[in-house]
Design a binder for this molecule. Structure first.
Ligand SMILES: *[C@@H]1O[C@H](CO)[C@@H](O)[C@H](O)[C@H]1NC(C)=O
Ligand SMILES: *[C@@H]1O[C@H](CO)[C@@H](O)[C@H](O)[C@H]1NC(C)=O
Ligand SMILES: *[C@@H]1O[C@H](CO)[C@@H](O)[C@H](O)[C@H]1NC(C)=O
Ligand SMILES: *[C@@H]1O[C@H](CO)[C@@H](O)[C@H](O)[C@H]1NC(C)=O
Ligand SMILES: *[C@@H]1O[C@H](CO)[C@@H](O)[C@H](O)[C@H]1NC(C)=O
Length: 404
């Protein structure tokens, strides 16, 4: 083997080892031990509310240390989750038989060494409630959900979810919610291609609106993460609230509808509080991986996604929002994330008429897997351009964007 070939193999094995991982307990088999290559000094967490009598039959070993899952699933006195620090490999074994194993809901999460050492990087396991409070100028928070304890009659209730309330941060703090787990190079790509929710809502060509009022957010995913460029607080609960028909709590607000991979989905409708005496903006920020068809319509404007995907697709209209509907002809349309926002500006000028403003939106910078870019059309033709400063800037930037 040539030297460069050995070098390449070495490089490959290093980069492979640095990848953070999630492994479900159902992947453990009674037949033998699974060996996972991990970096030394990585942290291993367990997110599970399975029965401790079953978890204690599952063993994790790294270097000289062995811990059973019932103990790994504990929390420390300060409520932070326990973790195992790895040597070069991690061995997983179980004495549960396979029929027991297939019923488990939990999973283990393995960070990289760099993440384990980073004081701005933290992990929360959501079993009941958690309050998150970060004061740093930069933080990454991984949220590991566990199976819901409640029984819901909803056909499309998630298996795991975080119910997020009391989000509190300043307009100077960019806050992002992202799907998946932070990659090994998460620090280089913060506001990256996995973002499904942001506040302020901003785009390259002008929109920049901070929402002090955020609706309760249901993150119907097994795990997700937050990156923040400044201090923030929020409360998380392991709780599902039926939200097929929802009414917003303020005229200036933002919220979210998520449906996870291979999950059943029924129509969701959001009704907006409106103030007809003022100018309005309505918009959506959509990432979707759709295996059948999905229709997202807000204020009379439609984004139809059929067997395709789009990411970070931001669209807005200069129109007061009335209603958002997300539906599909399929009971299992695919994965999607839809942040919606509604904003009311200055009082409407008394003059009427004027041309209908058509805002052609562009997806933000990164990771665009193009399908149908949504075209959002104002339903009211009355915008004359002398409203709030925000609306003015927005309108100019749309014009500028079209010129160049
Ligand atoms: C698996 O283990 C459970 C609990 O020990 C036992 O009740 C069940 O019969 C076992 N199933 C099989 C297929 O061995
Ligand atoms: C996006 O991320 C880049 C790189 O980390 C950073 O320089 C930039 O300020 C971020 N943009 C916003 C709006 O947060
Ligand atoms: C979605 O696309 C498929 C395949 O291209 C097509 O057969 C189907 O009719 C489309 N659905 C709708 C509602 O247009
Ligand atoms: C989805 O909602 C729109 C708007 O209410 C409606 O026109 C359409 O028929 C609905 N589609 C399905 C498949 O229910
Ligand atoms: C919504 O925001 C606009 C512009 O900042 C402000 O004038 C209006 O009072 C806000 N409305 C509410 C109910 O907060």
């Amino acid at each position: 083997m040539s030297r460069s070939c050995i070098f390449l193999l070495l490089l490959l094995s290093i980069s492979v080892q640095a990848v953070p991982k999630v492994i479900y307990l159902t992947q453990f088999s009674s037949i033998g031990t699974i060996t996972v290559s991990v970096e030394s000094g990585a942290h291993v967490y367990l997110a599970s509310n399975d029965d401790n009598q079953l978890l204690k039959n599952i063993q994790l070993t790294s270097g000289g240390t062995t811990i059973t899952c019932d103990r790994l699933g504990d929390s420390n006195d300060d409520e932070s989750p326990k973790f195992l620090t790895t040597s070069s490999s991690l061995e997983l074994s179980t004495s549960n038989n396979d029929s027991i194993t297939y019923m488990l809901s939990g999973y283990i999460y393995i960070t990289t060494n760099q993440q384990a050492r980073d004081p701005t990087f933290s992990v929360y396991v959501l079993k009941t409630t958690q309050s998150i409070s970060k004061i740093g100028m930069m933080s990454t928070v991984v949220v590991l959900n566990t199976r819901l304890n409640q029984v819901s009659i909803d056909n499309d209730a998630p298996r795991m979810t975080s119910y997020v309330t009391n989000i509190n941060h300043s307009p100077n703090t960019n806050l992002y919610f992202q799907w998946g787990i932070p990659d090994f190079d998460w620090n280089d790509v913060t506001n990256n291609t996995h973002t499904f929710f942001m506040n302020p809502v901003f785009s390259q060509n002008g929109l920049n609106v901070f929402f002090p009022n955020i609706e309760p957010l249901q993150i119907k995913l097994d795990y997700w993460y937050i990156t923040s460029m400044g201090p923030f607080n929020m409360d998380l609960e392991n709780r599902y609230v039926s939200d097929h028909k929802y009414t917003t709590t303020s005229v200036n607000t933002t919220g979210l509808i998520v449906s996870g991979e291979n999950k059943p989905y029924d129509e969701h409708v959001v009704n907006f509080q409106t103030d007809n005496s003022r100018e309005g903006i309505s918009g959506t920020y959509v990432s979707a991986f759709i295996s059948n068809d999905l229709l997202i319509s807000m204020t009379g404007v439609s984004n139809f996604i059929n067997r395709s995907s789009e990411t970070q697709n931001l669209g807005w209209a200069l129109a007061a929002p009335t209603r958002l509907t997300i539906n599909s002809t399929s009971p299992v349309p695919g994965t999607f994330y839809c942040q919606y926002f509604a904003f009311t500006g200055e009082l409407l000028p008394t003059t009427t008429a004027g041309p209908t403003t058509v805002t052609q939106t562009t997806p933000s910078t990164v990771g665009q897997v193009t399908s149908t870019a949504p075209v959002i059309t104002t339903t009211k033709g009355a915008f004359t351009g002398f409203g709030a400063m925000e609306l003015l800037i927005l309108l100019f930037s749309v014009f500028l964007y079209r010129l160049f």
